[in-house]
Design a protein around this ligand. Structure first.
Ligand code: HEM
Length: 162
């Protein structure tokens, strides 16, 4: 049973990476794209991938918490450090990724989200305004936080250093 739970945990992590790959590719592609129609299409693709990403994130979180109880790991520091790190990555992503993209979507005349709730589109801003907002998103920083963070979590899970 424990092995199946860890299997589910790893499977959900792979599913998360598969789903979130769309947002990662879009984040890098949007640095070069200046055609408003194509930009809007890319932002839509990224938004539609968020649902599957959140479901996998929830499954990986819950399966990890339950596996921690079954394996009696909650007395060890590595599992707490992993959980806190995952929460920190999600918060950083919400601020530096989700919130910024929401502002871009609003300025591009697309429906946008405020604290997860979908808002109807408003009068679009100028192309310069959209470009200025997009320039604030730093996909390299997101990669450093997201990919770097998940590598540290992988190290904590595999080597259980403390
Ligand atoms: C594996 C670690 C990662 C985790 C746990 C993670 C988590 C998240 C979460 C939860 C959101 C949604 C935030 C919200 O709804 O406000 C998000 C959005 C985003 N993330 Fe990540 N992420 C990770 C890696 C990355 C990487 C490596 C990139 C590289 C560019 C990235 C780019 C983005 C972008 C662009 C968004 C905004 C997507 C949109 O609004 O369409 N993420 N991330």
């Amino acid at each position: 049973m424990y092995n199946w739970l860890v299997f589910l945990h790893v499977a959900a992590t792979l599913g998360f990476l598969l789903a979130h790959g769309a947002s990662v590719s879009v984040a890098f592609a949007l640095r070069r794209e200046r055609n408003p129609e194509r930009m809007r299409a890319m932002l839509d693709v990224s938004d539609s991938a968020n649902r599957a990403m959140y479901i996998c994130l929830l499954v990986l979180l819950l399966s990890g918490i339950v596996a921690g109880f079954m394996g009696r790991w909650w007395g060890s520091g590595w599992i707490w450090a992993s959980l806190l790190l995952l929460i920190a990555i999600v918060v950083a992503m919400a601020i530096l990724g989700g919130n910024m993209y929401s502002e871009v979507r609003k300025a591009a005349g697309l429906p946008f989200r405020v604290q997860g709730k979908l808002q109807p589109s408003v009068q679009p801003g100028s192309p310069e305004e959209v470009e200025a907002l997009l320039a604030k998103v730093n996909p390299h920083l997101l990669t450093l936080i997201g990919y770097g963070g998940i590598l540290v979590i992988l190290w904590l899970m595999m080597f259980k250093p403390f």
